[in-house]
Design a protein around this ligand. Structure first.
Ligand code: MG
Length: 383
């Protein structure tokens, strides 16, 4: 029985993780759960799962009275306190954005394995996370379709034989639009992803392809492969979740239905491929055709930018993250246009102060600075 603490439980990946735990209650036990402000969702989870620990940002006395066997945590430090608890085996981090960085580090320092859907943690502080994994002897498992795929495609093969990692990209909500056509797109159109059912932040990141850029950096840190050996290809069906090409010309691909529960399950139950209780199997005869096309970096400049930022290292990942988090939040609140997201990110990186080997506080400061810089650019009408 693997004992889990799930943080970000009320989000899209969080609720799909709960589904996996439900389907595999013989193997997985939820012992702790964290949400942000969504008390309704927390109440439902506490009714269904006999957890020992629960976290929400604000204290809720009614909840404490209703669930007397649960120990509650609150506030800014509460999230770190819950991951520092001794009696669990794995942290499942499905938080969105930079908020997931410090809890990931704390869990590793607490000698716990981490299943990570929060790619921003690696983008902002991948070097620090990898150093901590080495120091504390724990494991990091990805919950991201491309990386779960690559992870499987790498198994049993010497790393020296890898020629390229090939990340597939669906192309996002605007994949059929030209660059000039992006000027007038709406929030509603951006939120309408053609294949994957995800939360709003990552759906916007898919439309700008910042998400794919983040995934390049994520792949670099997870698999220790240099940036020049990580490529992206557009694959509209999202049936091939990603591939590894070897020096002899062999390409190994991982396929399946585009359902995140498949990826979550693999990360939580690795190395097993347990039967799918929802019989979510891919019918290739019905799929019929698969399509691939080269990515146009002029159409998706953030992908190229992410590769450059990744290769720079230092605090630029945190800057990239902060600028993107703030710009996407402004777009979701209808304060800026879709195409302004890119401009916010490019201008913020131009204004940024580079730190070669940032400490943990410097990562947080860089992230906060980038958010503030985006706000200033908008306030001063520089975008
Ligand atoms: Mg992905």
């Amino acid at each position: 029985m693997k004992r889990l603490i799930l943080i970000g439980a009320s989000g899209s990946i969080g609720s799909q993780t709960l589904d996996v735990i439900r389907q595999h209650s013989d193997e997985l036990q939820l012992v702790g759960v964290a949400v942000g402000y969504n008390i309704e969702s927390l109440t439902e989870i506490l009714k269904e799962f006999p957890v020992s620990y629960a976290y929400s940002i604000e204290r809720n006395e009614q909840l404490e009275q209703q669930f007397t066997a649960v120990r509650f945590f609150y506030g800014e430090d509460g999230l770190l306190e819950i991951v520092r608890l001794p009696d669990y085996d794995m942290l499942v981090n499905t938080l969105v954005g930079f908020t997931g960085f410090l809890p990931t580090l704390e869990a590793i320092k607490n000698h716990k394995d981490v299943a990570l859907a929060n790619k921003e943690a690696l983008v902002a502080g991948g070097n620090l996370i990898n150093a901590a994994l080495k120091e504390y002897g724990t494991k990091l498992y990805p919950i991201d379709s491309e990386h779960v795929a690559i992870w499987q495609c790498l198994q049993g093969h010497p790393k020296k034989d890898v020629r390229r990692l090939i990340l597939t990209a669906s192309g996002g909500s605007f994949r059929n639009l030209k660059r000039e056509e992006l000027a007038d797109v709406t929030l509603e159109q951006a939120l309408n992803h053609p294949v994957w059912n995800m939360g709003s932040k990552i759906t916007i990141d898919s439309a700008t392809m910042m998400n794919k850029g983040f995934e390049i950096i994520e792949a670099h840190f997870l698999f220790d492969i240099p940036y020049e050996k990580i490529d992206v290809i557009i694959h509209p069906e999202s049936t091939v979740h990603s591939m590894v090409e070897y020096e002899d010309g062999s390409i190994i691909a991982q396929m399946g239905v585009p359902d995140m529960r498949l990826m979550i399950k693999y990360a939580l139950l690795y190395p097993e491929h347990l039967p799918d209780r929802q019989t979510n199997y891919l019918d290739l005869g019905k799929v019929g055709e698969l399509h691939f096309r080269d990515i146009d970096y002029h159409r998706y400049p953030l992908v190229k930018l992410a590769k450059q930022v990744g290769a720079f290292e230092g605090n630029f990942g945190a800057i990239l993250n902060g600028a993107n988090d703030e710009a996407v939040s402004l777009f979701l609140n209808r304060k800026i246009r879709f195409i302004d997201i890119e401009t916010c990110i490019f201008k913020t990186l131009q204004n940024a102060h580079f730190i070669k080997e940032p400490t943990i506080p410097q990562i947080t400061e860089s992230y906060d600075w980038a958010r503030e810089n985006v706000d200033q650019l908008i306030r001063n009408k520089l975008i």
